[in-house]
Design a protein around this ligand. Sequence first.
Ligand SMILES: C[S@@+](CC[C@H](N)C(=O)[O-])C[C@H]1O[C@@H](n2cnc3c(N)ncnc32)[C@H](O)[C@@H]1O
Length: 258
Amino acid sequence: MNTQITKDFKDIIYHEFGINFSVEKNFLLECKIKRLIQKEEYKSIEDFYKIIKSGEKNSMEILIKYITTNHTFFFREKDHLDKLSELILKSTIKCPVIWCAASSSGEEVYSIIISLLENDIKNFLIIASDINNNVLQKMHKGIYNIGRLFETSPSIKAKYFKKIDDTHYQIRPDLRNFISIKKINLINPMYFVSQFDYIFCKNVLIYFDSETQKKAIKNIMVNLKVGGFLFIGHTETLLNTKMNVEKESNSVYKYLGA
Ligand SMILES: C[S@@+](CC[C@H](N)C(=O)[O-])C[C@H]1O[C@@H](n2cnc3c(N)ncnc32)[C@H](O)[C@@H]1O
């Protein structure tokens, strides 16, 4: 790929999705775009770029599908699931509302649900969102490769999943009733009708530069109740966002208000 077209794609991706491909990631970006061109049978990289620039909506969806990194698995960073149950059990809120932002294909949100049910917490609502429609459809179907369940115990597997074949499991369909699925781009301002008690925004800030992290966190925090809790990934930080928060535990923060 020539240097100019790589830069052009980087600019669009940064501007539209906030994802920052630094110079060291040029090769990764080029591989992703070449794969897209081949799989989706576009004439050439230049041709796809022209279609994107013309504003054709489907081409933007295709770009999101190939550019985003959707790696996730069930019961990732399990201490956060235990912490959520602990906080809910301690609080007086009757039906806590949780937002699982950048939730990818649903492993995180279904892990939250299973963990709450296992702690006898049955009254809650969850909004699960991502920028990538493709992963949201996977979440809706709830069918997962066995590789995503390597941290899932046999008893949880037996209770909440149905084995479909040698390599796939399906989540119990009734768990889907707890979730409302939405497509949300975290770099655009958004206001929900009411604020959340808990927000999970994990393992997505790492793809943003510090300016975009600030923007995304601001967009998220306006939707968190004062006294509510934000969960970020174990390797992520709120340091440069200057948010008025108090550390509750590892990568869990209590919001103290604007
Ligand atoms: C690595 S996955 C993290 C999944 C899950 N939160 C976890 O911790 O396992 C990152 C997700 O962020 C989503 N994402 C990337 N940029 C985004 C944006 N601007 N707005 C919303 N979601 C975005 C990707 O589509 C991807 O599914």
